[in-house]
Each structure stands twice: as C-alpha cells, then as structure tokens.
Design a protein around this ligand. Sequence first.
Ligand code: 4AD
Ligand code: MG
Length: 479
Amino acid sequence: MKRTKIIDALKRTDFGAEINVKGWVRSKRGSKGIFFIALNDGSTIKNVQVVGDDADFSEETLRRITTGACLSVEGTLVESPAAGQASEIRATAIEILGDCDNTYPLQKKGASWEYLRTVAHLRPRTNTFGAVFRIRHNMAMAIHSYFHEHGYFYFHTPLITASDCEGAGNMFQVTTKNLYDLKKDEQGKIIYSDDFFGEQTSLTVSGQLEGELGATALGAIYTFGPTFRAENSNTPRHLAEFWMIEPEIAFMDQEELMDLEEDFIKYCVRWALDNCRDDLEFLNKMVDKGLIERLESVLKEEFVRLPYTEGIRILQEAIKGGRKFEFPCQWGDDLASEHERYLVEEHFRKPVIMTDYPRSFKSFYMKQNPETADGGSVGYKGAVAPGPTMQGTDVLFPSIGEIIGGSVREESYEKLMTEINRREMDMTHLWWYLDTRKYGSCPHAGFGLGFERLILFVTGMQNIRDVIPFPRTPKNAEF
Ligand code: 4AD
Ligand code: MG
C-alpha cells in the first residue's frame, strides 16, 4: 500500500479507507488491552494516533513498539472520539522498520537545550527542533519568493576568496599546504605560490563585494549562502558558520534601502504567520509565550528611523536619568548590544533602523556623508553629526539586537580611494572591485541579513546554536 504522509492523513475525512503511514513512535500507552501510539513522521508537528487491540498483535511486536522506534502501520482511517484530532488509525498490521532500545537519548521529556546540543544528530526528532527546522525551511522559501517577486536575480558569489570584505581579518584559511612544513621567504613570510590557488585564500565573510559586481550589471541581485567568521565570540548570537542573505541594488538611495529592509523583514514574518501556524502555536505554548503576539506586532509597527547621533543622545539622557550600562557610549563608540537593546526594547519598544554611523567603526565601502567645515557631517534628513559619518543602515530588533547590517555604497572613485588610503588598505586583491567605480559607476546600496538571527526572532528560540541543525562555534565542529 502507498504511504500517506501524516500531514495528509490528518486532513482526510474518507473514514473507512485503508491507509498506510510510516514514522517514529513519540509515545505509547495502553489500558484494558487497547494501545495508543502517537506516531510522527516529521511532515507536521502533529502526531497521528494509532489505536490497536493487543489481541491482534504478537507479544513480540507489542514489545518492540518503544519510544523512538520506526514503524510502518496499516489500518483503517476512522473518525477520532478524542478531542483535538479529526481522525485516527485503527491498526490492522504493524511492521517494525527500526527498533529503538532504552539507550535512546531522547527518552526523557524536558531535556535541557545544552543537553540536546550534545545529541544534535537526533534532536531534529524532537517537537521543538522539528518545528524550528520546518520554519527555517519556510523562511528560506519566503526569501527566495520575496526577491523573485520583486525582480531580483539570485547571484552566486564564491565561498573561497582572496579578499576580506569586512576588513576585520577574522577569516578561516583555505590551503592544501602542509602546515608543519611551510615555505617562507627571507622576511619569514609564507610563500603561497605553490599552494592550490597560488595565493593566500580564505572562506568568505560576506558575498557583498562580488554582489556589487552583479548589481552593477543585472540591476538587482541577492545572494543566499553560508558565510564564515573566525570570531572568537561565544555568544548566543554568533556562529562561526552562518547563512547570510545579501541583496544589492543599483540606483537605490538610503531612504529606499530602509524601505526595503523593513518591507523584506515584514514579508518574512507574515510568511511565517501564514505558513507555519501549527509550529508557531507549538513554540508559542512551549518555548516563548509572547511569540505570536510579538510577530504580529512587528507587522503593525512602522520601524523607527534613527540617526546614530540621536541614538547616542537618547542613551546619554538615560544615563543621566540613572540607567546603568556596562560599556561606555560616547559619540564615536560602537554600540554594545545592551545599548541597542535599550533603544529597541525599552525606549522605542519597536524595531529601529539606525543610520549614519561614525566612519571610525564602519567599513571602507560605505557612502560618506557630506562633511561640514568644523569636521562634522550632514546625514539623513539634514541631521548634523559632530564627526564624519557614513550611510550605514542597521536594523536592530527586540531580543536579537542587530539583525541586518547594510549601507549605501560610496560610488565615487575619488572618495572611495581617499578612504582606502586613509585606512592604509592593501587593495592588491580588490583591483576588480575598484573597476565598478571606474567604469560606469552608479549609486547603489544593499544589506546583509543574518539568516539564523531571523530564525531566532521568528521561533522565539534564545540561542543561535538551536536554530541551525549543526552549529559551528569555537571549539565545536561535531556532527
Ligand atoms: O553587519 P555585517 O558584518 O555586514 C556585512 O557583512 C555586509 N557585507 C552586509 C552587506 O551589506 N551586504 O553582517 C550582516 C549580518 C549581521 O547584521 C548579522 O545579522 C549577521 O550578518 N551576522 C552574524 N550572524 C551569526 N553569526 C555571526 N558571527 C554573524 N556576524 C554577522
Ligand atoms: Mg554589522
């Protein structure tokens, strides 16, 4: 008999039909010679209830129906007398496809997140991780759908690169060299000419620079792929391998970039509410009671658009009023997550798009705001800043902090070169990037969304290690 997925079986009302389902036993209980199995096949958070008469099955079969065992069940679809389910299956034949003994690591309910990370190879079989990974899939579909509908082209940028987009230097090297026997020149520098690529290469930290090549040819592109950062930050928001979505658009200005960031996130959240209802309801009940309400409220709210300088003023005001922060926040300091969260969660109580950051801690490629005679600059809607600023536009979210990092790009060759020289950057490996500014340069903008940070927000999970199947973090590359 052809297998029916449980998600489809639960929708059927042709009671009396013969049906076959396959899946893993979530639980088995029994009374008065009748047994009840909750069977799940991953197609939905919901289990199908299999009901059987002990007398119809061998003792051996009954003994082998244990938590975690894999079964094929044939039976009759019947209307369920139990609340919360329309149908159930009256079993006529049960085949044990895979036994599962009592060493199964997922037997106990209420295991901690930390424990479940140690059994990441099996945790997708739990209700919570099943829900999270189904939502993760749906968010990927939402993203492709959004950009496809809006005329963006999916552009594949390389994972192996000889350049450092963010200039932060925390890259993983790619080499086939024998690390114990490296050839060096007279100054003691490693010679890469006989390495696989003939030069020093790394895993990419961002596809943006190549994305700009796509945008300045195809008009609007997006990337969606893994990125790698050897940041030694053990936080609930950082992974060494994470997925990033990077749209890049020609002829887009700062206001339009912020419109896009807001519209795109709202589209994804709406998609989750429309397509992942059962999983969200489960998570709302078991993981985060405020989840659905928070998702719905993000759709209703207009995001605040806040120049960095104004953000600093609000933070200093709060400090004057007695609010304590661990880290300083003078104009020119990069905001710590406690500052971002104060603005988003306490002051505005909604998402904030922060703009016009000081040049000192932002990337070389960002568009420079016009400077004033006294060393200040003029930014978004004419707001004046005490120092040089760039058109960075980050989206800050409740409970997550930075979810998007974006900017308008500096399109002037001269201004870009001035900045590159000021930073004493070596552009040998980025000569091709400069060509975009030499040949038919155009205004353009883009951003990077951390996929796992979006999944954190949409699922209400607290740790980024729990929204990717097999997390990569410092000292951990298991599975
Ligand atoms: O702010 P970031 O570093 O920006 C860029 O890489 C730009 N090149 C993007 C662009 O304009 N095309 O990173 C973008 C986003 C962050 O806002 C954050 O959501 C996520 O990527 N992110 C991380 N997510 C998980 N683990 C990490 N270690 C992350 N680092 C950044
Ligand atoms: Mg950033």
